[in-house]
Design a protein around this ligand. Structure first.
Ligand code: HEC
Length: 168
């Protein structure tokens, strides 16, 4: 359902990074000779790398992080000190490990990239509940449940873009 939006963001980043990734751009435009083995889900083809998140998105994402109160629960080294949810300082590597874990694979989580995982954590927090929080096992239902009704797509894009760059 959010696939179209997701895709648009990917394409937007891809456009910014076009000089470095001509292939992404070509995949997005679809030439006269489409690749025969192209994946049915274009979102996967434009997965964003943290190094390609534009600086203005990262900056906007910091504001969004504070605006939605994330800092009250999540520490980011040098930026936020919350200690209710997991620290997000190394989110990129942690998310990669999580996605690859058997616990995640047997959960309701569907993410295959870090970007998808962060989106899912925000929009559908119970798909996968992180095991370890600063003060003990992570409680389910404490991570805010209705961000999906509060946050605009452009705020979400900046927030996810920013968080992707943490610990990469
Ligand atoms: C009231 C406290 C609270 C607030 C506010 C909160 N979270 Fe969380 N968050 C948690 C808890 C607790 C968990 C771990 C349990 C879970 O996975 O649902 C979590 C999990 C996460 C995870 C997964 C972390 C990992 O290591 O895999 C991400 C990403 C995340 N939150 C991002 C956010 C963002 C972004 C915001 C602001 C829009 C936010 N959270 C607001 C408590 C909170």
């Amino acid at each position: 359902m959010s696939n179209n939006k997701h895709n648009l963001i990917g394409i937007r980043y891809a456009a910014v990074a076009a000089a470095a990734s001509l292939s992404l751009l070509l995949a997005g435009c679809g030439g006269s000779e489409p690749e025969p083995t192209r994946a049915p889900e274009p979102a996967a083809a434009v997965a964003v790398e943290p190094t390609k998140v534009p600086a203005d998105i990262i900056e906007k994402g910091k504001g969004v992080y504070n605006q939605y109160g994330c800092q009250a629960c999540h520490a980011i080294q040098g930026f936020a000190e919350g200690a209710v949810g997991p620290a997000l300082t190394n989110l990129y590597v942690n998310a990669q490990k999580t996605i690859a874990s058997s616990e995640y694979k047997s959960s309701a989580g569907k993410a295959t990239t870090v970007e998808e995982y962060i989106r899912e954590s925000i929009l559908n927090p119970n798909a996968f509940v992180v095991a370890q929080c600063p003060t003990g096992p992570c409680p389910q239902g404490v991570m805010v449940q209705n961000f999906k009704d509060q946050i605009s797509e452009s705020d979400l894009e900046a927030l996810v873009g920013n968080l992707m760059t943490l610990g990469r």
